[in-house]
Design a protein around this ligand. Structure first.
Ligand code: 0O2
Length: 245
């Protein structure tokens, strides 16, 4: 359930007297208006970033005769995931500190056809004047031990409101179709808490193997594409340190 739906549901429960009081729930209810406003700003930031990737994709399809981006998905962090992170990071319970400390309330996932497209698209994006790169984690060059691969960027973009300009943080995850397919299935495993340990361990090992097969497939498909188009390897290095602001 996203944060907006959660607040609305809790408000309804509060009105009908069904709500149980705990620190988190009462915090969100007390600050519902301020939180709703913040969420609207995050939604605006998502729209800005989505538009930027759509424009890049259109331009690439003219100049290179193919579209590097297959799909763009966006989400506001779920309430459970936000609560878990606030507790784990020991973030003080205020709207301001949540905005300052939780960097992935707004998230965009950009699914590309081939690994090298990820870096091309990401570099074009972060070089835009109004995009500030805050952090970058390259889980493609350095996959997680479980096999997870994606390029993560934390950026900020301005949104223009009636009386102010506001910089909003957005997490951008760029991955290939194979990486996305893998991550969706692995995500399901994380929530299957009742699995017997032996089965869980077996699935974890199998998923790692699948991640490596997926990475190999990505490489081979990219190699075929290069031969078809007669292009040379075009793997701009990972986002440079100097691009971070
Ligand atoms: P959701 O549902 O997207 O909110 P953290 O690891 O959370 O303390 P950080 O720095 O935000 O801190 O983590 P990181 O490594 O940048 O990854 C954050 C997000 O990347 C996750 O969001 C997932 O969407 C995705 N991700 C990272 N690692 C994995 C993984 O091993 N498997 C899968 N399937 N996805 C992963 P959240 O917060 O988990 O969830």
């Amino acid at each position: 359930m996203n944060i907006r739906d959660y607040i609305n549901q809790k408000k309804r429960e509060l009105l009908s007297g069904r709500i149980t009081s705990d620190a988190f729930q009462s915090f969100f209810i007390k600050n519902a208006k301020e939180f709703q406003k913040l969420l609207t700003y995050y939604e605006c930031a998502i729209m800005e970033v989505e538009a930027k990737f759509n424009i890049l994709n259109q331009e690439f399809s003219l100049s290179r005769e193919y579209s590097p981006i297959e799909t763009i998905k966006s989400r506001l962090k779920t309430m459970d995931s936000l609560m878990e992170k606030v507790e784990r990071y020991k973030v003080p319970l205020s709207v301001k500190s949540i905005e300052e400390n939780i960097e992935d309330i707004a998230g965009i996932r950009v699914i590309c056809g081939f690994p090298e497209d990820i870096y091309t698209v990401a570099n074009c994006f972060i070089q835009q004047d109004d995009v500030t790169l805050i952090d970058c984690k390259d889980y493609i060059k350095k996959p997680k031990p479980n096999g997870y691969r994606s390029l993560h960027l934390i950026i900020s973009v301005p949104i223009y409101l009636e009386h102010e300009k506001r910089d909003m943080k957005v997490e951008v995850q760029l991955r290939t179709i194979a990486m996305d397919f893998w991550a969706s299935l692995e995500h399901k495993l994380k929530y299957k808490k009742e699995l017997p340990e032996e089965l869980n361990d077996r699935l974890v090992a199998e998923l790692l193997e699948c991640a490596n097969i997926g990475a190999d497939l990505d490489e081979r498909m990219q190699h075929i594409r290069r031969q078809l188009s007669g292009t040379r390897p075009d793997t701009p290095d990972i986002i440079r340190e100097s691009d971070k602001k």
